[in-house]
Write a protein that binds this ligand. Structure first.
Ligand code: MG
Length: 312
């Protein structure tokens, strides 16, 4: 496959779309499906944050983007996650959201002095979407590496917070799908190519079985009531793929995801990365772009990342 490539503007746009998706989901996170309806970017709600506030999904993604720009590895990433706990990489200097798996891994790294790549729990019940929500920037930073090396890199950046094989497979599938989308493949083909690659990854067959549904060619046509939107990595990946597959526009994608209920911000953010990687020039609605909070730090991280990994 050709190298994953996008222009600096396209990379900046992908970050913007994904942060807007996160911000739209934030006020309704954890709400049951169809107990509310999102039709615009609003504030307050679950965390009582001002309109345009993004959460851990975007903050931890910014941490990874900065790490990759600086040529750092898992240890540097965990140091940035630690700073995030104290409010760095946030829209208002206050951290209001973090997943349990991520939080526990950061404390194992800092207090338990566990190496970064071993900090994530390896338990099967610790397969939340916390690695998936922040790993998209890696899709831009794996050029020129063979699959074996990419698999190792994706694994190392996953296991800092999520050490179980199911989370590693999910990250590999997601990042490789993003790479295929960036190379111009349609979503169905991108998933197929990514799946073929990941199947050569020495993962256990019984773990692959969890991905059968999302990789089934008929999955895109699944009725909404059979799409789960919890924070379990399989549910979140399925919901995000389903949203991206059926969206008519960025706006439609984000609203569909934000209205699924439960882990709205993360599912919207993952779905937005998948959609934006396949629609690089499509911007979010102007009023949402205007409402999105951007900090000096977030602008700098995204600009530097786009400069390093974007086409001239
Ligand atoms: Mg969040």
């Amino acid at each position: 496959m050709e190298a994953a490539m996008a222009s600096q503007n396209q990379i900046t746009n992908l970050f913007e779309v994904s942060m807007i998706a996160d911000a739209l989901g934030v006020p309704v996170e954890f709400r049951p499906r169809d107990s509310y309806h999102v039709s615009d970017m609003t504030g307050h709600g679950t965390y009582d944050q001002p309109v345009g506030s993004w959460s851990d999904d975007s903050s931890l993604t910014l941490c990874l983007a900065e790490t990759l720009t600086e040529g750092g590895g898992p240890t540097q990433l965990m140091q940035k996650f630690t700073a995030y706990l104290d409010g760095d990489y946030t829209p208002h200097g206050i951290r209001f959201d973090i997943g349990i798996g991520t939080s526990e891994a950061i404390s194992r790294f800092n207090t338990g002095h566990v190496p970064a790549t071993e900090a994530g729990s390896r338990l099967a019940n610790a397969n939340g979407n916390g690695a998936l929500m922040r790993i998209a920037p890696l899709a831009f930073a794996l050029d020129g590496q063979n699959w074996r090396d990419r698999r190792q890199r994706i694994t190392d950046f996953t296991t800092v917070t999520h050490g179980h094989e199911r989370s590693i497979i999910a990250s590999c599938l997601y990042v490789e799908t993003l790479r295929q989308l960036l190379a111009g493949q349609a979503l169905a083909e991108a998933l197929k190519q990514a799946s073929q690659l990941v199947h050569q990854g020495d993962f256990r067959a019984e773990e692959f079985a969890y991905f059968d549904r999302v990789l089934n060619p008929d999955f895109f046509a699944t009725p909404r009531d059979q799409i789960r939107s919890s924070g379990y990595v399989i549910d979140s990946l399925e919901a995000a793929v389903w949203c991206a597959a059926n969206a008519a526009s960025v706006q439609d994608l984000i609203l569909t995801a934000a209205n699924l209920g439960e882990d709205t911000d993360t599912i919207a953010q993952i779905a937005a990365c998948l959609y934006a990687a396949g629609h690089l020039d499509e911007q979010a609605p102007a009023q949402w772009r205007k409402a999105l909070i951007q900090t000096k730090q977030s602008r700098r991280i995204i600009t530097d990342f786009a400069q390093k990994f974007g086409e001239q």
